[in-house]
Design a protein around this ligand. Structure first.
Ligand code: AP5
Length: 214
């Protein structure tokens, strides 16, 4: 299975990806996670990306495209992958088309997670994540059993630097301006499926299962 998850910040791309991974052993390629890992490791890429991320802006296309091209050639992507947070601009989508053609890969679907902006603001201001294992929590919808401690691994659970309300609103405006045009882009390629992202955390998995069943 080779799919793309497109959606506003906080639409639930990471959450839906977790449900899909539990059923299908495919690689989860999240450009946000790769960038955050680089920030944490203090690499040159991470140092450059951090300023964009903290301001709610997109990291330049050429940096992201090179990063994804190399990631898609890693062995775990051979059996399938889901792209989470990429592509995010028309140049990224065009570069991905070329990359896939070169690698002889055909996409199965592009799933758009449709959600209202105010739902996103509420979800992201209350989102928390484990610094150690990456498990996603929410103080309202999915709290940890013990405050600040990961249920899964006991790691420290914190708020992301870009989950402050003013940065969330900037990320949303960037989404509407630069990423939303991809909905039409993939509609024209007859790849788009839309899911109501205010519903269950396994809405995309359920859609994929329905499509598989015929
Ligand atoms: P990235 O990490 O990709 O952030 P994002 O797209 O803003 O998405 P999020 O991770 O914030 O949200 P999500 O949709 O995964 O939601 P989640 O499942 O966590 O990117 C960060 C930054 O990196 C960008 O701003 C940019 O600077 C840079 N970057 C990354 N990719 C780039 C690219 N391609 N080009 C350029 N720059 C790039 O859920 C959110 C919360 O809601 C959680 O608390 C969760 O528990 C809750 N929740 C989720 N689903 C539900 C539900 N159905 N019901 C109730 N609660 C729910």
């Amino acid at each position: 299975m080779r799919i793309i998850l497109v959606g506003a910040p906080g639409a639930g791309k990471g959450t839906q990806a977790e449900a899909i991974k539990a059923k299908y052993p495919i690689a989860h390629v999240s450009t946000g996670d790769i960038l955050r890992a680089n920030v944490k490791a203090g690499t040159e890429l991470g140092k450059n990306a951090k300023n964009y991320m903290d301001a709610g802006k997109l990291v330049p296309d050429e940096v992201i495209i090179a990063m994804v091209e190399s990631r898609l050639q890693e062995p775990d992507c051979k059996e399938g992958f889901m792209l989470d947070g990429f592509p995010r601009t028309t140049p990224q989508a065009e570069a991905l088309d070329k990359m896939l053609e070169k690698l002889g890969i055909v996409l199965d679907a592009v799933v758009y997670l449709d959600v209202d902006d105010e739902v996103v603001v509420k979800r992201l201001t209350t989102r928390r994540g484990c610094k150690a294992c990456g498990e996603i929590y929410n103080t309202v919808f999915k709290p940890t059993k013990k405050e600040g401690v990961c249920d899964k691994c006991g790691g420290e659970v914190v708020q992301r630097d870009d989950d402050k309300e003013e940065v969330i609103r900037k990320r949303l405006s960037v989404f509407h301006e630069q990423t939303a045009p991809l909905i039409d882009y993939y509609k024209k390629q007859a790849l788009l499926a839309t899911v109501d992202a205010s519903g269950g955390k396994d809405a995309v998995l359920r859609l994929l299962e329905q499509r598989k069943a015929g």
